[in-house]
Write a protein that binds this ligand. Structure first.
Ligand code: ATP
Ligand code: MG
Length: 459
């Protein structure tokens, strides 16, 4: 038997080698994704949006490939309910558009399709190609344009982290995985697709995404993902402010802001972001206040309560305003004009980096401007303040100031009780108005008072 087997084995080996070579020549860099069955990924079909499934079914019914992709698949495998469902397909935007009555093509550079289904809007993108030497980049290597359609494999390769490059077919309940993302997710590691340094150079926002997504999912950064961040963090300065602002909003409203900020600091990434945030975090009172505000926002988000960017930014920047205001008062500027000037200066510095919209800036200022009015617990001021449309936000802000030790808890308690009383009860709570002369002159200053600027008797 032995000689027979010996003569055959080399021949089989040769044929195999030949076959392998032919295959390789046929498909130069093709590799098939791992096909992961439900028993391994464990996605709960109840967490998958019906509408996303319907969109995939319709596209597949028309002969296309169509899968749920990206963050939604990652979250589903991690057992988290996704915020939104994105779909990737080999159909062109026109082909997608033709299949759904309520849909529209958006974007000029790279077109995607918004498919409206029930209350949901699903983003359907055509597979995109990876970058090559023709890709347009800025002088730091940041990719300025990537708008070429490609294969599903190329689409996977241009995504950032392995856990973000998974494709889920809701019909067969299969996950397609080109980069071992499911393993990484199960091992709780965040690994980059490709070489982390060049991926950060292409898009520095990926450093922030690494921190945010690892905090959200409780993942550990792979050492290769983590190591370059410290030395490359200054590349964030080249990112357009509007994009940075969007990413900051995602981070601060992720429901994991406390964890994100801790991790940002650990990675040395907080410096370029909110200019002065590093300074604020290094002042003991400021740090306590900011962390309390973030914890409060996290709690509200996890409880599905409304939150506002104006409120959160007002807290993040408050200690900057306080420091600036104190300086001005020490230089003998009048308190209220000094507060206005301090607010404008702090917001201007931020505006250079973060595209805080005018509306948000307006909300921030309203909250700040109402703060000095909480000091006045005599006369008619408290009764008017409580009727202000922004009273609730300003009061929540006051509570954080008290909890962080900036002002006496007694002041916040007084306002808590004051709100609960009826009109008579409130009148009874008002502190004696000692300075009659100033009260008499208030008639003339009423307009200024309504704007938060009248000098009234202090409590
Ligand atoms: P979130 O939970 O915040 O929605 P996400 O990963 O879904 O996280 P999106 O901004 O919705 O974030 O992006 C969707 C997908 O697009 C990602 O999962 C990833 O595959 C890809 N992607 C997003 N941003 C980048 C980037 N900067 N570089 C490469 N791929 C990206
Ligand atoms: Mg997403």
């Amino acid at each position: 038997m032995a000689p027979f087997g010996n003569t055959l084995t080399p021949r089989i080996r040769m044929i195999r080698k030949l076959l392998r070579r032919v295959f390789r020549r046929d498909a130069p860099s093709r590799h098939e994704p791992a096909t992961i069955p439900h028993s391994r990924h464990g996605i709960d079909p109840a967490l998958v949006s019906h509408n996303a499934r319907r969109v995939c079914e319709t596209l597949q019914g028309a002969g296309h490939r169509a899968y749920v992709v990206g963050g939604a698949v990652r979250d589903l495998i991690a057992g988290i309910e996704p915020k939104d469902f994105d779909i990737a397909t080999d159909a062109t935007p026109e082909q997608v558009r033709a299949l759904f009555r309520r849909s529209r093509i958006i974007g000029r550079r790279f077109q995607i399709v918004h498919v409206m289904m029930g209350p949901e809007t699903l983003e359907v993108s055509t597979f995109r190609a990876a970058h090559d030497e023709n890709t347009l980049k800025d002088e730091h290597g940041r990719v300025l344009r990537d708008n070429i359609w490609g294969t599903m494999e190329e689409d996977a390769a241009r995504r950032d982290f392995t856990v973000n490059a998974l494709y889920y077919d809701p019909v067969t309940q299969t996950v397609f995985d080109y980069h071992r993302g499911v393993d990484d997710l199960k091992k709780k590691t965040m690994r980059m697709i490709g070489e982390p340094r060049s991926r950060y150079r292409e898009d520095p926002v990926r450093m922030l995404r690494a921190v945010r997504l690892s905090a959200k999912l409780g993942l550990t950064l792979d050492p290769a993902v983590r190591a370059p961040i410290k030395e490359m963090s200054q590349l964030i300065e080249n990112v357009p402010p509007a994009r940075l602002f969007d990413e900051m909003l995602k981070l601060l409203f992720s429901g994991h802001a406390v964890e994100c900020v801790k991790r940002l600091r650990a990675e040395g990434l907080h410096h370029g972001l909110l200019p002065l945030l590093d300074v604020i975090l290094e002042q003991p009172l400021g740090e306590k206040f900011v962390m309390l505000a973030l914890a409060n926002t996290d709690e509200r988000i996890r409880a599905d309560k409304p939150t506002s960017p104006g409120f959160l930014f007002a807290t993040l920047l408050w200690h900057e305003v306080l420091a600036n205001w104190e300086e001005r008062k020490a230089a003998k500027e009048l308190p209220i004009p000094a507060l206005f000037a301090a607010m404008d200066e702090v917001l201007d510095v931020q505006a250079e980096k973060l595209a805080i919209t005018r509306r948000i800036a307006g909300d921030i200022k309203e909250i700040w401007l109402l703060q000095p009015r909480f000091d006045k617990r005599a006369g008619k001021t408290p009764l008017r303040l409580i009727e202000q449309p922004r009273f609730r936000a300003a009061y929540d802000f006051l509570l954080l100031r008290a909890q962080s030790g900036e002002i006496p808890l007694e002041v916040a308690d007084w306002w808590t009780r004051f709100q609960r009383e009826d009109h008579a009860g409130r009148e009874a709570m008002l502190l004696p108005d000692t300075d009659k002369k100033r009260r008499r002159s208030r008639g003339r200053g009423r307009k200024a008072a309504a704007e938060g600027g009248a000098p009234e008797s202090g409590a």
